[in-house]
Design a protein around this ligand. Structure first.
Ligand SMILES: [Zn+2]
Length: 279
């Protein structure tokens, strides 16, 4: 089990590994482009060489890419939906050039089209994204908090989305805050075991690649997406200790997406807590 955080690529993606190492990361997560849309730096063989050299120098064992925020596979606007499909596929190709392990994204919101139609659109989108994809970077569906009509907040919904053509290649990113807000308890050893047993039964633990490790400012089942530093939210340290010590999760990487606004000290402290639990 390796630990890391979401880090900045300011100045170029090849700066991310040093930014990660500076706060004690062993793995990292980053955007490869502006998350709001717009600026998309070129990723080519030369950039990849610089990135890989920096990964090695800073001893970062894996890099993950977070897809931009505007992705919505269930948008009623054809152009938005098409663009989302195009961008995710492009991120997979970019990730493959860079040698990144995976790209995670949220399915989107069915607010305007209704759930039934939304599910249909998501499946169609996933099939288009995966069509003839031969890259090494894996696509991961991230569990959502289920705010409004945001899709993919239950294990059943995620498993359903995985049943598409090409779905056997898709994995899952489990976000502790989103899952907790969606109603999956993680507050102690017993509930952590139960939640991941449920995950195994419905989706299969072999699909689990990454855990976004965030405490929750909001209550169990609140359906709100609000991250907190470990031990400063409603999940609490016992839950995170149980995740780190769970033998069934030992091959999964943990990435922090806890607040940066207070400087990097908070994230560094979170990383140290995880390392302490690992022993
Ligand atoms: Zn997340």
């Amino acid at each position: 089990m390796h630990f890391g955080a979401h880090v900045s690529i300011e100045g170029g993606v090849w700066n991310a590994p040093a930014n990660a190492a500076k706060i004690g990361c062993e793995v990292l997560q980053m955007f490869t482009r502006s998350p709001q849309g717009g600026h998309t730096p070129v990723i080519d063989a030369e950039v990849a060489k610089k990135f890989q050299a920096a990964m090695k120098k800073n001893k970062i064992s894996a890099a993950y890419i977070h897809a931009p925020y505007f992705i919505n596979l269930a948008s009623p606007i054809d152009r938005t939906r098409g663009f989302s499909i195009h961008i995710i596929r492009e991120e997979l190709e970019r990730g493959s050039i860079l040698g990144c392990r995976a790209v995670m994204f949220h399915l989107g919101s069915a607010r305007e089209v209704g759930e039934e139609k939304g599910v249909e659109m998501v499946k169609e989108g996933l099939e288009k994204i995966m069509k003839d994809y031969k890259g090494s970077c894996q696509l991961l569906i991230e569990i959502s908090a289920g705010a409004g009509a945001i899709m993919g907040d239950t294990f059943e919904d995620i498993n359903d989305a995985l049943q598409v053509k090409g779905g056997e290649k898709i994995g899952v990113c489990f976000d502790t805050q989103h899952a907790f807000a969606s109603g999956y308890d993680l507050r102690d050893k017993k509930t952590v075991e139960e939640t991941f047993k449920k995950f195994d039964k419905i989706i299969g633990l072999k699909k689990l690649v990454l855990i976004h490790t965030n405490d929750s400012l909001t209550d169990l089942g609140s359906h709100k997406d609000r991250h907190a530093h470990l031990g400063e939210g409603k999940i609490g340290l016992a839950g995170f200790e149980a995740i780190v010590k769970n033998k069934k999760l030992k091959d999964v990487d943990l990435i922090l997406e806890t607040p940066w606004e207070d400087g990097q000290g908070g994230v560094k402290k979170d990383l140290n807590l995880l390392k302490k639990f690992r022993g």
